[in-house]
Design a protein around this ligand. Structure first.
Ligand code: BGC
Length: 380
């Protein structure tokens, strides 16, 4: 494993790169560039820089499809990196709670690390007590994806592909997954997922950025105001596995239908919050039709940054960074402490393979799974 280029990342963190890049936007200017970031398993890992010429920049590597940096202007137009992560590839290889990664083959938990499909039981690799979390011991966040650079460099687009062998981590079927990141002119980070399989399997692809709209490393996220477009959530047991019920949020600390500070009720006496050590739950999105639908809006009052999440998926995991404990020393040497970032993971519901009443996460040969999630940034 070799590594290069932390200096570019620190330039990004201070905003100096983005300011230089924005001086004279021109339509044919390159909006995707790359540099070698290191090697893993004998494969080259590149750090791609996408910019939209409107002040937004994303740095994404083909190891784990990880968003390493996401630079977004604040209310005063000052750029800041709003996702948690590391300066070097070696830090990602040492320990990461899925910072910025594409999570699969099955994002979130599958109870007792097993499921039955078409009458056959499959045993998975358990990596979260008796359960499996985020694909198992070596999920899609820990593999080198194949970059496809067939789109012109003037397009801020990065397409990644991973072929997961039949039986990997216990999952049946060779799964071919593609993930396309696009930075749009409207300050959106768009993620399009697709997958096919050669045997019936289960699938739940999601994205695991830890956001802090005040800037990564700038304290906790408890004053961020959260809106979740959901009348119901899926309650969990003490092992964070859904009970199978869809419960109304009305009258509970899970009610984010009107914008509420994340910290307002997070320490309330409530079994669900106790099990999750805070918010670590799946909400059942209110939606009509199959298209993109508003799932969440988050406002950081001090910086003025606003993030909206739209998705085609049925659920969203809101995780308030309860397992962050200051041991991850991130970009610029900043430690990420308790609740210093939050995740909004659009998804199928956790443990769907064992919950026939939940929307199906089964993919069969001949079908193509597709989903899209768009994170839109603005200020107020
Ligand atoms: C899960 C948390 C878990 C975290 C891992 C989240 O998606 O909901 O329970 O601890 O990922 O970093």
């Amino acid at each position: 494993m070799t590594q290069i280029a932390p200096t570019l990342l620190s330039l990004l963190a201070t905003g100096s790169l983005i300011l230089a890049g924005c001086a004279q936007p021109s339509t044919n200017a390159p909006r995707r560039s790359r540099e070698l970031f290191g090697t893993v398993d004998g494969k080259q890992v590149f750090l791609y820089a996408l910019s939209n010429g409107k002040g937004m920049e994303a740095r994404i590597m083909n190891y784990g499809g990880i968003v390493v940096a996401l630079v977004v202007p604040d209310r005063a137009g000052k750029p800041g990196d709003i996702v948690l992560g590391y300066d070097s590839l070696s830090s990602y290889l040492k320990a990461t709670p899925y910072f910025g990664a594409i999570v699969g083959r099955y994002g979130n938990r599958i109870g007792k690390a097993r499921f039955t499909l078409d009458g056959k039981e499959y045993t998975l690799k358990a990596n979260d007590g008796a359960n499996t979390l985020h694909g198992g011991l070596k999920g899609f966040d820990k593999v080198v994806w194949e970059p496809d650079e067939s789109t012109p460099p003037s397009d801020p687009v990065l397409k990644l592909k991973y072929v997961s062998p039949d039986g990997e981590e216990g999952y049946p079927g060779t799964l071919t997954a593609t993930v396309t990141y696009t930075l749009t002119d409207s300050n959106e980070l768009r993620i399009d997922y697709s997958a096919t399989t050669d045997k019936p399997t289960v699938l739940n692809l999601t994205h695991h950025s830890y956001f802090n709209l005040a800037g990564a490393g700038n304290g906790d996220i408890l004053s961020h105001e959260m809106m979740l477009n959901a009348d119901r959530f899926t309650p969990i047991d003490s092992g964070l596995i859904p009970t199978g019920e869809l419960k109304g949020v009305e009258g509970t600390p899970m009610d984010f239908r009107t914008p509420t500070a994340i910290g307002a009720r997070i320490n309330a006496k409530d079994d669900q919050l106790r099990y999750g050590r805070g918010y670590d739950h799946n909400w059942v999105l209110n939606r009509t039709g199959d298209g993109l639908s508003l799932a969440a809006r988050v406002v950081a009052p001090a910086s003025g940054r606003v993030m909206e999440v739209r998705t085609t998926q049925p659920g969203i995991q809101f995780y308030s960074g309860n397992f962050l404990d200051g041991t991850n020393i991130g970009k610029g040497g900043k430690a990420y402490a308790y609740r210093n970032g939050f995740c909004l993971e659009t998804q199928h519901f956790p443990d769907s393979p064992n919950k026939p009443q939940f929307p199906s996460a089964v993919l069969r040969p001949g079908e193509t799974f597709t989903s899209t999630t768009v994170y839109t940034f603005s200020t107020r």
